[in-house]
Design a binder for this molecule. Sequence first.
Ligand SMILES: [Zn+2]
Length: 293
Amino acid sequence: MRFELNHLESYDDIALLEELRRVAALLDKPKLTIKEFSANARVHGSTLQKRFGGWRKALQAAGLSERADRSNVKKYENEVIDAIKQTAKRLGKGTTITLRVFEAHTGLTGGPVRRIYGSWGAALSAAGLDQSALGKRYTDEECFENMLSVWTHYGRPPQHDEMNEPPSLVGSKAYVRRWGTWRKALKAFVERVNSEIPEDEPARNIESSERQQQIEQKKESRGPRDVPLALRYYVLKRDSFRCVVCGTSPAITRGVVLHVDHIHPWSKGGATVADNLRTTCEACNLGKGTSPA
Ligand SMILES: [Zn+2]
C-alpha cells in the first residue's frame, strides 16, 4: 500500500512525457523552465533531462517545443508559418486548410499553434492566408453538396466534427458561421433537399398547383445527366444509404463508396428521375460486385 502520491506509477518515456504535459497544462505560461517543472511535478526535471538528452528535447518530445523559451517561440512561430505556407502550396488554391488538415500534413500539433496565435484563423492570417484569400466563401449550394457527400460517406447524417476531416471540403465553421449552429445547418440542408420533391413522392408541403407545375416541367425533358442534389438525396434516402444490389452500406462497412446511378443508362435515353435511379456501391456500379443476377 502506498501512502503518498508524490511519485509516478511508472517512469517509462510515456509516463514522463505525460507528466510533463500535465504540468505544462497546469502552468499555462508561455515558458516552462526545468525549475518550475520540478517544483510542480512528481518527478524531478533532471530525470527527463537525462532521459531525453536535454530539457528542450524533453519538451520537444512532449510536443511542447514552443514552451522552451522565448527565442524558441519565435523560431517555432516561423516554423508554423512556413508549414502553413507549404501546406497551402501543396494542397493548391481554394482548399480550406483546417487545423486537422494542417496537423495531418505537417506532424505539428494544433495546441501550441492556438496558444501562440490565439486561434487557428489568426495563425492563417499570420501566414498571409486570411479566410477570404483561403478560399473561398462557399455558396449555400456548395455547402449542401459537401454535406451530402459527407452524409453519403458515412451513410448517416454527419456530425459537426466530421466536417473537419476528409472527405469534407468545407469545415464546420463555415456552416456554423452561416446557419448559426450545426443543427440549424442540417435543418437547412433537409429543407433545401425537400423543396424539390421527385415525381413519385407524394406531395406534402407544397401547393397542388405548384406541384403540378413541377411535374409538367419534369415531363418536358429527361433531365440532366448529372443527378441534382435533391434527387440524389431522395434516392439515397429511399434506398437507406445502402447498395441496392449487394446491400452494403458505409454505415456498416467503413470505406464503402455509394453512387446514385441510372438503371436505364442516360446515354441510352434513360431519364434522370427517381424511378430510373438507384443507389449502388462502387464495386457493383463497376460490375464487379457480388450481384446475384
Ligand atoms: Zn454493391
